[in-house]
Design a protein around this ligand. Structure first.
Ligand SMILES: [Zn+2]
Ligand SMILES: [Zn+2]
Length: 536
């Protein structure tokens, strides 16, 4: 037998299919799994032997919901992902993607949608692209990434490129043809599917028929339709629309970041699955809200306001000086519906404001809570930061309902976005770097077997996005393998989160191996960048 590169011995093997764990060993040769064996493998011939000491060895986790497509151009190490055992991320969610057309237009779109800062937009990218395949080729040639990345086409980016910004009408005949051509071209070039952001401009101006027509192209390619659903309808009606789009088009559906506090929406999916439809969901298992810095907040206001989507930050700031402009933003921007007693003011440089709530300071100044936010944005500029929604319902200890987390088609999705290295607090989603830890804990507490939890974080999302060679420990599959003790896998609880430390990471992951190369050893991330683009 040829010498192995890596042998993981004395391990509790969980293969990702949901089958019972057994004590055994996993051998890796090159970038593939050479064997999975029960008992002592009896093979000492390996360049690196990892004695797992009875810990779990399983496939690396597959994250169905990420937004790393631009960040990895500058930050390929994605530490928050490696620390959670994620070896493959599906990017391009919520309607935002790296195509169509060229680099500058995509950066412009992502900036307008608050996904990147002005500084990021102005930083030269390591390569430039004009199509999905050029992006993939550039990424592979640019030095690699720590983990593997797959990509969806984003309906928002496509519609914006073809029709323009806040265009509230159906596409005409030529535009429909071009949208379909772009979806087909992206799929031919390796995209895993298409996402929508039906709560955002411009995706939200698409009616159900427009999406069904594009999803029919997805069905033709056995590609996935992932949706940030149309929340304006209410969460159940929005979930029903996603299911309808799948039923009418024949496309497989992934409902994105579905809130576990909405069991009714989950029951709709369960009914569709029972009738034989291919529908699944991912969820952010818990949130203590978002830390959003002033300049990002202005970008978000721009994103939600059709009158300002196309005018830029200065136009929004000007409008913020007038009562009419303020009324418009309050009406359209969901941040203003948060209970002001749960919105904290941080990073003001003013000790008299630091850590106080918007409700408290607004009352002291005799202004309305939204007016206080506008006043602070104008007075304090880009640095002022708001922590929205500290005490949300999903921070309660008995969250989520067992019924919800037991559904076999539910996976965790990180949905971490916008954390630029030079801008750690610009948008810091407090629980998301611990998403997999939290989901695993919640599911086990609800009585879900560990093997089943791991299936939902490995082979199941891999199957939903048709990532064929990953997500299972099996001879011949890609060697994406992790070693950890599930009981030591940890992240601060909702009430322990330190909002001033955006670099908090999950702990307890011992080894992360990507394509046969060790990326994390004994809990420390190495410099290796063996990750590859994952295409259809
Ligand atoms: Zn979303
Ligand atoms: Zn998202």
């Amino acid at each position: 037998m040829q010498a192995l590169d890596i042998l993981v011995t004395n391990a509790r093997v969980i293969d990702g299919t949901g089958k019972d764990a057994f004590m055994g060993a996993v051998g890796i040769k090159g970038d593939k799994i050479a064997f999975v064996a029960r008992g002592a493998a009896g093979i000492a011939e390996a360049k690196t032997v990892i004695d797992a000491g009875g810990k779990v060895v399983c496939p690396g986790f597959v994250d169905p919901h990420a937004h790393l497509e631009l960040l990895i151009l500058h930050q390929p190490r994605t530490e928050a992902y490696v620390a959670q055992g994620i070896t493959t991320a599906v990017n391009g969610n919520c309607g935002h993607s790296v195509t169509p057309y060229g680099t500058d237009r995509v950066l412009e779109y992502q900036y307008r949608n608050g996904l990147i800062t002005q500084r990021f937009r102005e930083t030269p990218t390591p390569f430039r692209w004009n199509s999905f395949s050029e992006y993939i080729a550039g990424l592979a040639a640019a030095g690699g990434t720590a983990i593997n990345h797959g990509f969806l086409l984003g309906h928002g980016t496509l519609r914006w490129a073809v029709m323009g910004g806040a265009i509230n009408r159906p596409p005409n005949e030529d535009e429909r043809k071009e949208l379909k051509r772009l979806v087909r071209e992206g799929l031919e070039q390796g995209a895993l599917g298409m996402s929508t952001g039906l709560a955002y401009i411009p995706s939200k101006y698409a009616d159900t028929d427009e999406i069904v027509e594009l999803a029919e192209v997805l069905a033709e390619y056995d590609a996935t339709y992932a949706s940030h659903i149309r929340y304006q309808l209410g969460i159940e009606a929005a979930t029903a629309e996603a299911i309808e789009i799948g039923r009418r088009s024949g496309a497989r559906v992934q409902v994105s970041h579905l809130h576990m506090g909405a069991p009714g929406a989950y029951r709709l999916i369960a009914d569709a699955v029972a009738e034989g439809q291919d529908v699944a969901a991912d969820t952010i298992p818990r949130s203590t809200g978002h830390l959003v810095r002033g300049d990002r907040l202005v970008q978000f206001i721009m994103t939600m306001s059709p009158e300002y989507f196309d005018v830029g930050v200065d136009g929004v700031l000007d409008a913020m000086r007038t009562p009419e402009g303020r009324r418009l933003f309050v009406h359209q921007e969901p941040f203003f519906t948060h209970d002001p007693a749960e919105v904290y003011i941080v990073n003001t440089g003013d000790a008299s404001l630091e850590g106080r709530t918007v409700a408290d300071v607004a009352s002291a100044r005799s202004v309305s809570p939204p007016d206080l936010i506008f006043d602070l944005l104008l007075e304090k500029g880009r640095e002022v930061t708001f922590w929205f929604g500290k005490d949300r319902q999903d921070a309660a200890p008995d969250f989520p309902p067992d019924e919800v987390i037991r559904y076999p088609w539910l996976s965790p999705g990180t949905d971490i976005l916008m954390v630029e290295d030079w801008d750690p607090q610009g948008w810091y989603e407090l629980m998301r770097p611990g998403c997999n830890v939290t989901f695993m804990r919640q599911a086990r507490r609800a009585g879900v077997r560990l093997e089943e939890v791991i299936r939902r974080m490995t082979s199941f999302p891999a199957k939903q996005f048709r990532i064929r060679d990953r997500g299972v420990l099996e001879e011949g599959k890609a060697a994406d393998v992790i070693v950890f003790d599930p009981d030591a896998f940890a992240y601060p609880a909702a009430d322990e989160i330190d909002y001033s430390n955006p670099y908090t990471r999950a702990t307890g992951m011992d080894y992360v191996i990507v394509n046969g190369t060790i990326v994390m050893a004994e809990g420390r991330q190495l410099d290796a960048l063996p990750g590859r683009p994952v295409t259809r």
